[in-house]
Ligand binder design. Structure first.
Ligand SMILES: Cc1cc2nc3c(=O)[nH]c(=O)nc-3n(C[C@H](O)[C@H](O)[C@H](O)COP(=O)(O)O)c2cc1C
Length: 381
């Protein structure tokens, strides 16, 4: 079964024509599975990433394919990018060839900082292997072209067979290395090797609680934003509190909790909001996990999103513990400034004690019904 897909570059264009940034839901191991992707898609996300899938396993095992990658047979298939973890042109191109009929594009993870991944030369370890990354994306594009897919970027964006190849990166502490990496991977200006680029402006060793490096993002978007559409991944916590300005953002949306402090020669500091006119899109991970309605403008998770997620889980099941994790994120305080919660801490602990789906649905029904009698969980059973 082939799927109707939309080319990501078309979605970037569409967002631009609506004078806004493109909205993306991040790759998240364990969590950005189909039921979650469908949920965020209903709340305004343009493009959804799968969790990172190890290409080598995917190529060798039918069981790995069945468990790592599910798609909807029910019409509601969000525009999807499959992200692979790989350090081999052959493995990445083969895995990409297998998923191409069902998705909008494939992405290479060059950002996973976990020691096991780096020890295998996967994820962020690839930031030290720019020639290899270039070879991998070129080979993948060639393989897809040979399979009959239209991988010519903008000129192919309207074709039903149009597919994208992209990478998601972190930065180096020496930004010159990041510039070299991007130049190498992009290749020739008239025929770049990737459709778009996602930048997570933290180094491999920066903790996720440390704010993103906005100076680095400003430099990289100003250098490369005209050559390739760039998505920011990192600290997109709510649409109203982004730490930078953009012509594609409502100016009143820029309410900045961690503005850059810029010192002058007298030692005084003034606040500076970076302006990112060449940024093309926003990708959220932790915040959208807690609030799948983030890109629809909600500053905290609404009950309706919980309801929709549970309905999607009923059709596209997830392991029970993964469902519980999603719900505890959605019912707890989010990452934006609005810290209101759907459930109190003792209620969330009680929810986590539900050992099966029936008890969990009854529990949620009692809470949703208690708060708003017009909104019970839509009965599916
Ligand atoms: C639970 C979890 C799983 C993640 N899995 C992946 C992954 O599979 N691939 C990837 O490139 N990044 C992964 N990331 C990193 C995010 O995609 C994102 O780049 C990072 O969390 C910064 O964005 P945020 O500030 O919106 O959380 C993961 C992050 C989280 C929290």
């Amino acid at each position: 079964m082939d799927c109707e897909t939309v080319h990501p570059l078309k979605l970037f264009d569409l967002a631009k024509s609506q004078r806004r940034l493109l909205y993306a839901s991040a790759p998240m191991v364990r969590y950005s599975k189909l039921a979650f992707r469908q949920t965020v898609y209903s709340y305004g996300v343009d493009l959804c990433w799968t969790p990172m899938i190890i290409a080598k396993e995917f190529n060798r095992s039918q069981l790995a394919r069945d468990s790592d990658f599910t798609l909807s047979t029910n019409g509601n298939q969000p525009p999807t990018i499959v992200q692979f973890g790989s350090n081999s042109s052959l493995e990445l191109s083969r895995a990409s060839s297998l998923v191409a009929p069902y998705v909008s594009g494939v992405d290479l993870n060059c950002g996973c900082p976990q020691p096991w991944a780096c020890a295998e030369s996967l994820g962020a370890a690839l930031m030290e292997k720019r020639e290899l990354v270039r070879e991998m994306v070129i080979e993948t594009r060639d393989r897809l072209r040979r399979d009959g897919w239209a991988v010519g970027k903008e000129p192919d964006a309207d074709k039903p067979a149009g597919r994208s190849v992209s990478v998601k990166i972190r930065i180096h502490s020496d930004l010159r290395k990041t510039v070299d990496f991007i130049n190498t991977v992009l290749g020739p200006e008239h025929d770049r090797n990737i459709d778009f680029l996602t930048i997570h402006p933290r180094t491999r060793t920066t903790a996720s609680k440390v704010p993103i490096n906005l100076d680095a993002l400003e430099l990289l978007t100003s250098m490369f934003g005209d050559k390739v559409p760039i998505l920011l991944s990192g600290d997109v916590f709510s649409l109203n509190t982004l730490p930078f300005s953009s012509p594609f953002l409502d100016p009143s949306a820029v309410d900045n909790p961690h503005l850059n402090q810029v010192g002058d020669e007298n030692g005084s500091t003034e606040k500076r909001t970076p302006h990112l006119p060449k940024l093309a899109g926003l990708m959220s991970a932790r915040a959208i996990l807690a609030n799948p309605a983030l890109f629809a403008g909600y500053d905290a998770c609404p009950w309706d999103a919980v309801d929709l997620f549970m309905n999607n889980v009923a059709r596209c099941p997830l392991p029970h513990k993964v469902v519980l994790h999603h719900l505890s994120e959605m019912c707890g305080p989010g990452l934006g400034p609005n810290k209101s919660t759907l459930l109190s801490k003792p209620e969330r602990i009680a929810m986590l004690a539900c050992t099966n789906m029936c008890d969990l649905i009854d529990f949620l029904d009692s809470k949703i019904g208690f708060r708003d009698s017009t909104h019970g969980l839509r009965r599916l059973y």
